[in-house]
Design a protein around this ligand. Structure first.
Ligand code: SF4
Length: 257
């Protein structure tokens, strides 16, 4: 299944960008401008390393192979910010040990890692992309998917939207019958916080309707004002965006009307 080029392509990242900052959305999806090359932050490197280790653990069931995958990634010459002896190195390994505990607790069957696919919906004019960290059957024969989190805290609303969209992909790939629900889990390996919801076919339809409504707004959007805020901190276009350094200090240098 491909992305169906005649349909409007959507992903969680694209939707989040549109909702958070229209100017970022324009930079990323409309402008054609390549972002200036920037080194990933230590936090991003730790997150990637842990996800790599969890993918190996999920696929192989071998804890030591997962540890080795993380170590190899952290020791790469470009990753000295999280290399041996750094806080990031210790954190990545600690998070992976939490991931091993989670893996043992889950005890699922036929677990697959990094399952990515499209869900085309021709009547809605969209095709949705998402990649899921882990998909498996539960020991009772049910369906479950997991999104590993490594941030300091779980951002509930963003996480729910992300999982609502990922759920559509899980249903599509596994061809889950309408009568079955899917256990959707966001699991924060840093805090052990878990967000667990049972999602049904009606939830998947609602997620696609929501995505289609947003796609309609994206297609007709002609103004892309900036919304400087926390998102600027990890926006790859920050150095090209003057609003990223918004400072109300100028008000105090101008006369009031
Ligand atoms: S730097 Fe901030 S205001 Fe500028 S495009 Fe990025 S998120 Fe938007």
């Amino acid at each position: 299944m491909d992305g169906a080029p005649d349909l409007f392509r959507l992903s969680y990242r694209k939707i989040r960008s549109f909702l958070t900052c229209r100017k970022q959305y324009w930079f990323r999806y409309c402008s054609g401008i390549e972002p200036p090359p920037t080194a990933p932050s230590p936090a991003a490197l730790v997150g990637i390393a842990v996800h790599r280790g969890m993918a190996v653990l999920t696929e192989s069931g071998h804890e030591e192979l997962g540890r080795r995958a993380i170590d190899a990634y952290l020791r790469m010459p470009d990753h000295t910010a999280v290399g041996p002896g750094t806080e990031g190195y210790e954190l990545a390994h600690a998070l992976f040990e939490a991931g091993i505990a989670a893996h043992r607790e889950l005890g699922g069957r036929d677990a697959r890692a990094e399952v990515g696919s499209w869900a085309p919906w021709r009547a809605g004019g969209i095709t949705l992309w998402a990649k899921v960290d882990r998909v498996e059957r539960t020991s009772q024969g049910g369906y479950r998917f997991i999104d590993w989190k490594t941030e300091r805290q779980l951002r509930v609303e963003e996480t729910d939207l992300q999982l609502d969209l990922a759920h559509v992909i899980v249903r599509t790939v596994l061809r889950i019958p309408a009568s079955e629900t899917v256990e959707s889990v966001a699991w924060n390996l840093r805090t052990d916080e878990r967000r667990v919801r049972a999602l049904g076919r009606a939830d998947a339809k609602a997620a696609m309707q929501y995505a289609a409504a947003l796609a309609q707004r994206m297609r007709t959007c002609s103004e892309f004002p900036p919304t400087p805020g926390p998102a600027c901190g990890w926006c790859e276009f920050r150095s090209l965006c003057e609003e990223a350094s918004t400072d109300v200090g100028a008000w105090f240098e101008e006369a009031d009307e």
